[in-house]
Design a protein around this ligand. Sequence first.
Ligand code: PMP
Length: 397
Amino acid sequence: MFSELKPLPTDPILGLMAAYKKDTNPNKIDLGVGVYKDEQGHTPVLKAVKKAEAFRLENETTKSYIGLAGNLDYCDKMEKLLLGNDHPALLANRTRTAQAPGGTGALRVAAEFIKRCNTDATVWVTTPTWANHISLFEAAGLTVKEYPYYDYENKGLLFDEMIEALKQVPKGDIVLLHACCHNPSGMDLNAEQWQIVAELAKDVGFTPLVDIAYQGFGSGLEEDAQGLRLLAATVDEMLICSSCSKNFGLYRERIGACSFIAKDAAVADVANSVLLSVVRSIYSMPPAHGADIVNTILGSEELTQEWHQELAEMRDRINGLRSLLKDSLNAKGTSQDFSFIERQNGMFSFLGIDKAQIDRLREEYSIYIVGSSRVNVAGVSKDNIAYFADAVATVLK
Ligand code: PMP
C-alpha cells in the first residue's frame, strides 16, 4: 500500500526553515516563518503564561477527559474576548463554542460542520489567503473558490472588485474573512468596509466565516475584533475560528476555538449537537493544557493585566518595526515606495520583489523570504534593519 505513494513536495516555508537553520552566516535573517520574535530573535513564553502554568501544576487534580466542547469556562471567556462582554449575540444566547486544537483545528472542525450543514457549499477565500485555508476546506470535501482582495500593484485592497464578486456568491455558500492582520498581505478592511460586507452577507445570503488568528497584533484586542463584532450584530448566522497561538504565544500547545452564531437559541442548541458530533468523529476531545492556561489568565484580573501589557509590547514592537522598515527602505532611494509597510497590519506584508531578487537575498545575504515575497516583519531587529535595507536596495538596483 505505501509503496504506491508518490512523494509530495515539502512545504516551502518548512524547506526555508531547514535551509536557514543550516546557514552559518552570523548575519542571517529569517523572515519566512510566521511566528512572533522579540529583539533577540526568540519566541518567548509570556510571563502571564508561565504564572498560569505554575498555578496549573499546583492545582490540577485530574487527567480525566474534559468533554467534547473542551473546557467550558475557556469557551465562555473566548466568546467574550471575541465578541465583547455585552454583545447582542451573547445576550440572546445565540452563540456556541467548542475548544479546538489551534486555529487550524478550529477551521477543520468548521469545515466538517459546514459540510454537514450544506454538502454542496463552496467556501470563498481572499486572493491571496493563508495557503492552508485552501487545503483544509478541500480536505473536508468542500469546493474552494477565490474572490479578489489584495491589490498587488497599489499595495492596497481591491474593495470594489471584492464587493462585485461577493454579490455573485450563491445563497448558502461560505465567505471566509480575516478579522485582522490579513495573512499574507497585512491589508485589512476598515469599519465602513466591514459594514458594507455585513449588509451584503444579509442581502445575498452567504454565511461569513471569520478567521481571527491575530487578535491584539494589529491595533488592539477590541479594535482588531471590530469587524467581527459588526458582522455578528448584523447577520443571523456566522462562524468564527479563533487561535490563541499568537496573542498568548501558545503555538505548540494547540489552542483555539470554533464558535458559531445561530438565528436563535433553539437553533443554536440543535446546531451545537452537530458541531460536537463532528468533534467526536475527528479527535473526540481536545487537549486540556492550553485552554486551562488561557482560562486561568482571563479569569484573573492581575494575569489579564500582565497579558495585556505583554501583548501590547509585541504589538508595539511590530508596529515600530513597520515604521522603521519603511523609513530605512525609503531612505535608500530605490524606485519602490515602501510606505505601504506602515499602512498594513500584523506580522506580514508582501515586499513586492521578484523571485530572482528573493533568491539573491538568500544566496548573497542569507536573508530568507518565501517565494511570494511575504515577509514576517517581526523577523528583523533594530540591529539588523540597516543590513536588511542595504541588501534589498542592492538587489533592487
Ligand atoms: N489562520 C490564519 C490566517 C493563520 O495565519 C494561522 C496561523 N499561521 C492560523 C489560522 C492557524 O493558527 P494555529 O497555529 O493556531 O493553528
